[in-house]
Design a protein. Structure first.
Length: 421
């Protein structure tokens, strides 16, 4: 019969990779809790309308990349392509803003985007995501970016660049958008890629961060948001930069950084690595002062970021410094004949209850093949139970390294192993 395969772009994560994912999650939890973040787990699926209203109907994510189904009542639902929209929906729906003026949420888990899979780009991928809802002050931006950089340093990610831009606000962006649109219409349309021909009308800012070299060359002299932002946006950005400098955080200004989601206002940032190929953006985020109101909440500002876990794992795997050893197994229990299996099983369970880790050979095999398995399991001790041991209520414990063996009462086995005799 034909084998059933995983869906393209959806991966199985076996122990070596899973260990790195767990390491990243645990490190994130430890770092973020120092800044007052608490964990929020939101559903993997939401009404499609949430993503249309927050991420924006003109974005690639909403237009081409969502996994959408209709339920039996004809309601459209989508697997989450990112975490921010769901976190804001939970914030509004649970009226969190009425109880606290600043809310800090940390979320981790799988996201789904129907993109073309390649190294570092999956259809099911995982994010570590943080949101801070409430403060409009620029120090909140600097705190968020600073925390991201501390996290990346903590887990050992090196040789990265923080890129920064300001995207303006509801006051200044519309006139800049018109200015940019008019500037773009003067170009020979044929020099732009098909996506940019469309974006020019729907979201001209996105033309600036097209990765196609021809589009980049054609838009060299385009007017810059930073030069056309209002006084308040300029002041905000100046404080963000100063606060980052105050934390000794190096950054580059990237006038082309626009981000692929429409909810951003003012500060936008990305952390980029040159070491993992084309998909070098390992984290991205920004301020979103109009997002909460766009999904029916009050006018509450916010800022956040997400890291791509698969991309962090690729970097960790390439780094010599991150070798996470598999946890060592303490014991391997072998019943020498079928009459000893029940006793071997209860010894195994008792040792685990005592906090030791190990397994039992379920099949009764020749002692030679059982010992080979004990060796393969990496256990420090093999425990053999035959009829002599059964009668004496004991086990024969063999030190796998030295080869020394000793009969030990079952009741004393845990202490013997723990003391590493
Ligand atoms: P994003 O830039 O779309 O932002 O994604 C954040 C990160 O997720 C990227 O920098 C990348 O590392 C990773 N990522 C995105 N798509 C894929 C993929 N197909 N495969 C593997 N990794 C991927 C957001 O999602 C925003 N919600 C971030 C944010 C939070 N903004 C404010 N708060």
């Amino acid at each position: 019969m034909a084998k059933i395969q995983a869906i393209k772009g959806f991966a199985d994560l076996f122990a070596d990779e899973s260990r790195l994912f767990t390491f990243l999650e645990q490190s994130a939890r430890a770092v973020f809790s120092r800044y007052g973040f608490t964990e929020l787990r939101t559903p993997l699926m939401e009404f499609t309308d949430l993503f249309c209203r927050s991420i924006g109907t003109e974005t690639d994510v909403v237009q081409k990349e969502m996994y959408t189904i209709l339920d039996s009542k004809g309601r459209s639902m989508s697997l989450r392509p990112e975490a921010t929209a769901g976190v804001m929906r939970a914030y509004v729906e649970n009226n969190v803003g009425a109880r606290e003026s600043v809310s800090k949420f940390f979320t981790t888990g799988p996201m789904f985007r129907h993109e073309r899979p390649q190294k570092g780009r999956m259809r099911q991928f995982h994010q570590i995501n943080c949101e801070c809802v409430g403060p409009k002050e620029p120090e909140a931006d600097a705190e968020m970016i600073g925390m991201l950089m501390v996290f990346l340093e903590t887990v050992g990610i090196k040789n990265i660049t923080l890129q920064l831009n300001t995207l303006g606000c509801a006051e200044c962006r519309p006139s800049y958008r018109t200015l940019l649109h008019d500037w773009l219409t003067q170009l020979d349309r044929e020099v732009l890629c098909d996506d940019c021909k469309r974006r020019m009308e729907t979201n001209p800012l996105r033309v600036l961060d097209c990765k196609n070299p021809k589009c980049q060359e054609a838009t060299q002299g385009a007017p810059l948001m930073m030069e056309h932002s209002c006084g308040e946006c300029k002041d905000h950005f100046a404080v963000v930069k100063k606060s980052l400098e105050g934390q000794n955080i190096a950054f580059e200004i990237n006038h082309r950084l626009v981000r692929g989601l429409d909810y951003y206002t003012r500060t936008a940032f990305e952390v980029v690595s040159a070491n993992i190929g084309a998909q070098g953006s390992i984290a991205g985020g920004g301020r979103y002062d109009g997002l909460v109101s766009s999904i029916g909440g009050a006018s509450v500002p916010g800022i956040g970021f997400a890291c791509g876990m698969e991309r962090l794992v690729l970097l960790l795997q390439e780094s010599e410094n991150t070798k996470l050893e598999a946890p060592q197994s303490d014991f391997y229990v072998i019943a020498l004949d079928d009459s000893c299996r029940a006793s071997a099983f209860s010894v195994t369970q008792d040792l685990r209850r005592e906090g030791l880790s190990g397994s039992m050979a379920f099949e009764t095999r020749s002692i030679k093949s059982a010992m080979r398995q004990a060796d393969k399991s990496g256990a420090r001790f093999a425990l053999l139970i035959g009829s002599t041991e059964l009668e004496a209520n004991s086990v024969m414990i063999k030190n796998m390294e030295s080869g020394a063996q000793e009969a030990v009462l079952c009741a004393n086995a845990a202490v013997f192993i723990r003391e590493g005799k």
